[in-house]
Structure formats: C-alpha cells, structure tokens
Ligand binder design. Structure first.
Ligand code: URA
Length: 222
C-alpha cells in the first residue's frame, strides 16, 4: 500500500481492525494520526488499553494532563476515582478495556498548569474511527460511557446522562450499554452529600455492569 495521508489514518485503522489487526498495530498507527490539530500540543497519542476481546469497555472523554504524560488512559485523579468505583463494584480493571473518545489531550495554559478543554464536535468526529476500531477488537458485552462526551459520541446528542441512573440504554453497540457520570464529576461535586451522591451514581451503575458481566469480576481464589 502506498503511504497514506496522515489525515486518513483513522479510516485506515478502522479497516485494519476489521481485517484483524492487533491492538498494538492500531496504537502504532494512531501515534502518527494528524486527522485534527490536537496532536500538535499533546505529548503523545493515548490509545485504549486492556485485553481484546474484553467483556467490558469503558469510554471516557480524552486523556488529561497525567494521561498525556504517561501514555495511558485514566491514570490521574479521575482514574483514582474510577479505580475505587470499579473495586467497589467488584470489577477487575485488568479484565476491562479502558479508552477515550478523543486520543489526544486538549488543553490551554493557565500559569504553569495545562487546563483541560472540551473537544469540539469536529475533533470527536475526526477520532471516531479509532473508537470504532477499538470496538471491533474488544467486542464488549457491556459498554460504559463515562460522561456526556462519551455518551454523545456513542449514543447520539439526545442522551442525558443525568437522568439515566441504573438504566441501560438501548443500543446495537453491545448487549448492555450504560451512560454514567464521568469520574471527574465526582471530583468536582464540591464535597459532602453531593460528592457521595455522585460517587454512588458511578459505582451503582458499575455494579449493574458487574452483575451482568461475570467475566469482568474479580476472581475469588478457590
Ligand atoms: N478523563 C478522561 O476522560 N479520560 C482520561 O483518560 C482521564 C481523564
């Protein structure tokens, strides 16, 4: 094959995934992706991580500051909340595929800090084939959209995460699809009852996923 335009890499990734490419091969392709401008200010592409196939796929918005440096999704403060909620729900992160809608960190400077900026619809669209490629490899029984960006990208703009506690969404993407709070919503809730309620919402939705996907739960040693 002749050298494809770097803007076309997401489509090439999707075709390769459908042809049986490995996660590593896809991640390598995605490292060179130039389908939008976010790569320019990001340290690296942060591709999804986890087994393929996997019983559960978690989808966040985009890597944050820590993820951008580490090259892995959900390893910063939001990741700590997510890990706790997964443990409380009985889900084993090692058995789960974790990724984001957008694979580059979008940020603006604020003093010495790099502050998260929401991706535009065009940036989400440019990255969509990578997510579709991951889905083709993971073939999950359950998908959990973490927050509105993931829910919008996978389920359409009319989904209201706030009204869906404990309620699966009808979707052809997987037998069970949930749209729940993003872990960073727990961090931003302001403390006290609001923080507890936000955390319970997240952990409660993950508990429902654990009930329906025994293969994603911690194994109890015999
Ligand atoms: N927020 C996300 O949506 N994804 C990450 O990987 C980290 C923070």
């Amino acid at each position: 094959m002749s050298d494809p335009s770097l803007a076309d890499l997401p489509e090439l990734g999707l075709v390769s995934a459908k042809d049986g490419a490995s996660l590593e091969a896809l991640a390598q392709l995605a490292e060179r992706c130039r389908a939008c401008d976010l790569w320019e200010r990001a340290t690296q592409t942060v591709f999804g991580i986890g087994p393929t196939p996997a019983p559960v796929m978690l989808v966040g918005e985009q890597p944050g500051d820590r993820e951008d440096r580490a090259g892995e999704p959900f390893v910063g403060p939001a990741g700590e909340v997510l890990d706790r909620a997964l443990r409380d729900a009985g889900l084993d992160r090692e058995r789960i595929f974790v990724t984001n809608v957008v694979k580059h960190f979008k940020w603006r400077p604020s003093g010495k800090r790099r502050v998260h900026e929401k991706p535009t619809k065009a940036e989400v669209r440019a990255c969509a084939p990578w997510l579709e490629a991951e889905l083709a490899l993971v073939r999950p029984q359950a998908i959990v959209c973490l927050g509105a960006t993931a829910a919008g990208a996978l389920l359409g703009p009319d989904i209201r995460v706030s009204t869906l506690a404990g309620t699966p969404v009808a979707s052809a993407l997987a037998p069970l699809v949930m749209a729940t709070l993003h872990p960073s919503a727990v961090l931003r809730a302001g403390g006290g009852d609001a923080t507890r309620a936000a955390y319970e919402r997240l952990a409660g939705d993950l508990r429902l996923v654990a009930e329906r996907t025994p293969d994603a739960r911690y194994r109890v040693p015999d």
